[in-house]
Structure formats: structure tokens, C-alpha cells
Design a protein around this ligand. Structure first.
Ligand SMILES: [Zn+2]
Length: 154
């Protein structure tokens, strides 16, 4: 899923447990793996990156997604959150960390991270390998989810 979606989910979970930042981190990370099971239309994007077909386009999507995630987080922290700030920070870190580790592995191929990469794609490909939705549907689904989270968190 988009980094923005993972950040939003991590924030939403953390906001329910504002005085438990460690639990927010752990649950944020768990939410990443579980939400990735839901098909979300990025199978072809990743496949074309791996095959070397649309590498620039794939990287551009990730850069755009990352900047939107950054703006989303800035927005969240400026409109409120009150006492939940630290827990939400930890929830967001837990939520986005798996994709960060996967990216580090893609770039550096650090041997110690291979297991994490496999674990991530075990969840990510569990359903979408058999049947994924189109990119447009996945995009629309995540926009609806983001709008819901923004209305809940703000
Ligand atoms: Zn992921």
C-alpha cells in the first residue's frame, strides 16, 4: 500500500492508545503487514520495477507517495493530536518502517535483511499474487480510507 496509507493507519491506531507509544509502534508495524494482505493494485508496479521495465516510473511513484506522506504527517501534527503526539509518532514509524527496510534491502542487498524482505512479501503477496485489483481501484480504495482516517484523527 502507499506509504501515506500505512502512516495514516499507524496514526489512527496510536491515537486510540495515546499513552502507550511502544504498543503504538508494535501495533503500527503489525498493521503494515496485515493491511498489505488486502490486494491494493501495486503488483504490476513492483514487478515492472524488479524486471527493470519501468524503474523510473516506479521510483517516481514512491517519491510522490513519500512526499504526500510527509505532507500528511505535517498536516496531522499541525491540526491537533494533543497528548497523543508521541504515540502517533511511534505508530507512524512502526507503520512505515517495513517498507523502509524493504527499500534498504532493494538498494543495498544487506544479507541480514533478506528474511525481513521475504516476510514482508509473504504478507504482501498472500492474496494479490493470485488476484490483484487494478492500480486505479487500489488508488481509489486508499483515497477513501485516507479521507476516513483524516476525518477520524482531526
Ligand atoms: Zn509494505
Amino acid at each position: 500500500m502507499f506509504i501515506t496509507t500505512h502512516a495514516a493507519l499507524g496514526a489512527l491506531i496510536a491515537q486510540q492508545i495515546p499513552d502507550q507509544p511502544f504498543a503504538a509502534f508494535v501495533l503500527g508495524m503489525a498493521s503494515h503487514f496485515l493491511s498489505d494482505i488486502i490486494p491494493h493494485g501495486d503488483t504490476n508496479l513492483y514487478k515492472s520495477y524488479i524486471s527493470g521495465k519501468h524503474v523510473k516510473r516506479s521510483i517516481a511513484y514512491i517519491v510522490i507517495d513519500s512526499i504526500i506522506a510527509l505532507l500528511f504527517v505535517l498536516f496531522l501534527f499541525n491540526v491537533g493530536l494533543g497528548d497523543a503526539k508521541f504515540a502517533v509518532t511511534m505508530g507512524i514509524i512502526g507503520g512505515v518502517l517495513p517498507d523502509f527496510i524493504v527499500a534498504i534491502y532493494e538498494v543495498l542487498r544487506l544479507r541480514g535483511l533478506g528474511w525481513f524482505h521475504r516476510l514482508h512479501f509473504f504478507f504482501h503477496n498472500m492474496v494479490s499474487e493470485k488476484k490483484d485489483m487494478t492500480f486505479a481501484s487500489g488508488f481509489a480504495m486508499q483515497m477513501v480510507f485516507l479521507a476516513a482516517v483524516i476525518s477520524l484523527v482531526v
